[in-house]
Design a protein around this ligand. Structure first.
Ligand SMILES: [Zn+2]
Length: 144
C-alpha cells in the first residue's frame, strides 16, 4: 500500500507534465521488481495520435527497456482508469498488476469491457484518487 502510493505519486508527476503541455493530464509508470522502468504521459495532442495514451506509451517503453513483449512481473500505475483500448493493451502485455487512481465513468474499461484484462492481472484502484481526479477536473475547468 505504501509502495502503491509512492509509485502513484510518480505517475501523478507525469500527469502534471502532460497538463503543462496542454495534454489531458494522465500519467503512468511501469514498475518491475521495485524499479521504475518506464514513465510516460498522454501525448495525443503532441503526436496527433489518438492512441498515444499514457498507458500505451508506458507499455511500449517498458517492453523496450526489458527487451521483452510480456510484462508479467511488472505493475502499471496510471492516474486514471484505462480505456478499452488500453485495457486491451494491458491484457496483450500480460501485466501482472494494474493500479489506477480515479475511475473514468465515461471512457473507462470497467463499464464497457469489464472482462478485458487477463484474469490473473491484479487490480488495485483508488490510490491517491482525489489527487488524480483533481488534476483532471482542474484541466477541464481551465479549458472551458
Ligand atoms: Zn487509453
Amino acid at each position: 500500500m505504501a509502495d502503491d502510493t509512492f509509485y502513484m505519486k510518480q505517475a501523478l508527476a507525469e500527469a502534471e507534465k502532460a497538463s503543462a503541455r496542454g495534454e489531458v493530464p494522465v500519467g503512468a509508470v511501469v514498475v518491475c521488481q521495485g524499479r521504475i522502468i518506464a514513465r510516460a504521459h498522454n501525448l495525443t495532442e503532441t503526436l496527433n495520435d489518438v492512441t498515444a495514451h499514457a498507458e500505451m506509451q508506458a507499455i511500449t517503453a517498458a517492453e523496450n527497456a526489458l527487451g521483452a513483449k510480456y510484462l508479467n512481473d511488472c505493475a502499471l500505475y496510471v492516474t486514471v482508469e484505462p480505456c478499452v483500448m488500453c485495457a486491451g493493451a494491458i491484457a496483450w502485455a500480460q501485466l501482472g498488476k494494474l493500479v489506477f487512481g480515479t475511475e473514468d465513468e465515461k471512457r473507462g474499461y470497467m463499464r464497457y469491457a469489464p472482462a478485458a484484462l487477463h484474469p490473473k492481472t491484479e487490480v488495485v484502484q483508488g490510490i491517491l484518487k482525489d489527487e488524480c481526479a483533481g488534476l483532471m477536473k482542474e484541466f477541464f475547468r481551465r479549458r472551458r
